[in-house]
Design a protein around this ligand. Sequence first.
Ligand code: PLP
Length: 458
Amino acid sequence: MTKESRTAVGFEEGRTGGAKWFNDLTRSRFAGPVTPHHRVLSRSVSPETLAVHAGTYEDPVTGAVGTPVFQTSTFLLDDASYAAFSDGTSRDVPIYTRYGNPSQWSVQEKIAALEGSRSALVTSSGMSAIASTIYALTNAGSHIISAYDAYGGTYNLLREDMPSAGREVTFVDPTDLDAIEAAVRPETQLLFFETLTNPLLKAPSIRRIARIAKEANALLVVDNTFLSPVNMRPLDLGADVVVHSATKYLGGHSDLTAGAVVGRRKFLDRIWAQALRFGGTLEPLTAFLLERGLKTLPLRMRAQNDNARAIARHLAGHPRIAAVHHPEIGGARYADLERADYAGYGGMVSFEVRGGDEAALDFMKKLSIPYVATSLGGVESLVSMPSNTSHSSLTARQRAQIGINPGLVRFSAGIENAQDLIRDLDNALGTPDEDAPAEKTPDEKTPAEDASDEKGMS
Ligand SMILES: *Cc1c(COP(=O)(O)O)cnc(C)c1O
């Protein structure tokens, strides 16, 4: 068998050169990888349309409407494959699935389009995407700035693995721009921040952090898992690279684990080369599931934005709730929020049940619609407590320092009916208990600024 339609697959003729360019950040690159059968849409098309159509592989043999699952680990070798090896363009030709696979390329093109970029990489998990990105974009001897309340896996990678790999890390409060600026050193190479933090929903100014990064001649990587490109496109605000746990909103159905990296191809090629060595390959079947999930991302996000907002507003006035954390509720934490940078705030809302962790556990047991489970971003509502999951390795004092007070519950709103969710919350909360110990009012609470020493997985 030969591969007739494969001669020009993947890269534009005449633009590939012969250079070994993996580590050359100044060379200009093109988009992709894609084959001539992948649907590439203009980035000016609206997100709803991109979500459905961008990246679809239009099979010339069968005319299938959806991308076939290229469930194969390897591809026939021919002159184009050999040329790709010798030219250093093996990312653009189907050779071996860890290097690339048309099923991955479809979903990469869709995610790149949604984030307003030309190029993306999908990986086997969010952590695979994050680890590959951080290793690829820094050198030994460099310095990284990140948040002390970053996602547990990211925090542990930065804290446990970076020092032995020769990278020093400074952890700061992501909303304290002065602290970020003060942390910059001549050898600072990378700033890593999240668009919305877990579980307190701090919203750092990506626009202003990007300015600090530019000034420092460092790259800004943004974890956009909690907002998704429907609510914010960090690359438009000055970020260099966006990473995702596609396990959450991008997949959207709590049925897969995947990660994504998005940005200019000169960065993505380096990250791809790193991912090749780490081996976090996204399976073609999972790529298919992710592509299918992404088609409804804008619809799901809108429903989840609305549900979380409705829940936050309802609980803000509830006698059994001591505090609600959500950008729609306002308060000191969101005083400087550049609201024009957000189309919505996602499906997450966290709140403190009066009576502490025991009362919160009891409340969660009485809920009938949401599942008690960690993770977020699926069509079904999920509820969990940071104190006995993501932040269980902290002492009570450490938790208090970062603002996780007793009774804190994290609610990931799904796409169910908002009134059903609110009725369920009201039922589970019941009426205020006269005997419940008095708690601080939201006004008395102070966000802690101290970095914690240890942290578990989220
Ligand atoms: C879940 C999550 C990750 C890790 O993603 P996995 O797919 O579980 O590896 C990274 N960052 C954030 C913000 C997350 O919520």
